[in-house]
Design a binder for this molecule. Structure first.
Ligand code: GFB
Length: 308
């Protein structure tokens, strides 16, 4: 990508999109094409068609998506499948019609079967049943991967895809009903500390294992792939290590400085028992994450709750 190329970052207000914009600006890219959803509803086929025809971007990062934690996915599967299928179909198809040089599609580690062997290799896609709490979202993301592959095969498009593990970072969603576990626990522990509450409630058993990657590390990996990777095979992006939800809660408790108890609410779902990504393909190409987990959480906590 040349510094003057027109780069469309779809979803630039989200946690991932804003991290991509920060990375591109840091690397000296000046011609970024950005639209908030009020200006351009990516589910609107006609609007997306007109936008691409007029703007003719050279490169596209497709970071616009309907995302959420386990409860939001479980309770609103129709929104997750419809919004994501519509957004990605419109953006991928228009990128093809308008000669986009390269597109980056973003998936998720929940595309893999619930009980696949660990760590999850890219080859395990479509080898078993999905985790039911997020199957609608996962099917949409799998469709996005398959669209990139199909447009490459039929039309020769250089459309690539990355599968990030669970993410956290600046600009995350802290709404307790729709957020992911890490921002939810930061908020719960912080509020419990401020209000001197005796315990914090953790959903599920605390036993599921999760891997977490900072959004700035993800943006770094996506940029690396845009610069160096042109294959049909999508790539996992993660750190290669995970911890249990209980261990995560203990770590966040320590970072926040909360002294009360942990309680586990077994009426809430655990979701998939483990989803640790095998990141050997990406690391073999020369990329690895830079942000330590504890440092990353601390920075996010300070920025969000301590106004540093
Ligand atoms: O992050 P999370 O919502 O999503 O939940 P998933 C991870 C684990 O943390 C689950 C537990 O076992 C939750 O039950 N947990 C404990 C909590 N306390 C809380 C809490 O206060 N809030 C939340 N949200 N969880 C999502 C998928 O799965 O991950 C998406 O639904 C996507 O499709 C995303 O793949 C990355 O890791 O279970």
């Amino acid at each position: 990508m040349k510094h003057t190329d027109k780069i469309y970052v779809a979803g630039h207000r989200g946690m991932v999109g804003s991290a991509i914009v920060r990375k591109l600006k840091k690397e000296g890219y000046q011609n970024l094409l950005l639209r908030i959803s009020k200006e351009l509803d990516l589910r609107d086929q006609k609007a997306v068609e007109e936008f691409f025809k007029k703007e003719k971007p050279d490169y596209v990062f497709l970071a616009a998506a309907k995302v959420g934690g386990i409860l939001a996915n479980n309770e609103h599967p129709a929104d997750f499948i419809y919004d994501n299928l519509a957004i990605q179909s419109n953006v991928i198809h228009q990128s093809y019609l308008n000669g986009v040089k390269k597109l980056m599609f973003l998936g998720s580690s929940c595309i893999y079967p619930k009980l696949a062997p660990q760590p999850l290799k890219e080859d395990y896609l479509l080898t078993g049943h999905l985790e039911p709490t997020n199957d609608a979202y996962a099917v949409a993301k799998i469709a996005g991967i398959k669209m990139c592959e199909a447009y490459r095969r039929q039309h020769g498009c250089n459309f690539i895809a990355a599968m990030p593990t669970n993410l956290y970072g600046p600009g995350d969603n802290y709404d307790l009903k729709s957020s992911h576990v890490l921002p939810a626990l930061l908020r719960k522990f912080h509020e419990a500390k401020i209000n001197d509450e005796p315990f914090v409630t953790i959903w599920g058993s605390g036993k599921p294992l999760r891997e977490f990657l900072h959004a700035d590390d993800l943006a770094d990996a996506l940029y690396f792939m845009m610069e160096h990777y042109d294959e049909a095979q999508f790539l996992n992006v993660g750190t290669g290590s995970d911890l249990s939800i209980r261990e995560l809660a203990e770590l966040i408790k320590k970072i926040v400085g909360y002294e009360g108890e942990l309680r586990f609410d077994s009426t809430k779902p655990d979701g998939t028992p483990r989803k640790l990504l095998d990141v050997s393909r990406l690391t073999a190409l020369g990329w690895k994450p830079k942000i330590g987990f504890e440092d990353g959480i601390r920075a996010v906590y300070e920025e969000k709750f301590l106004m540093k």
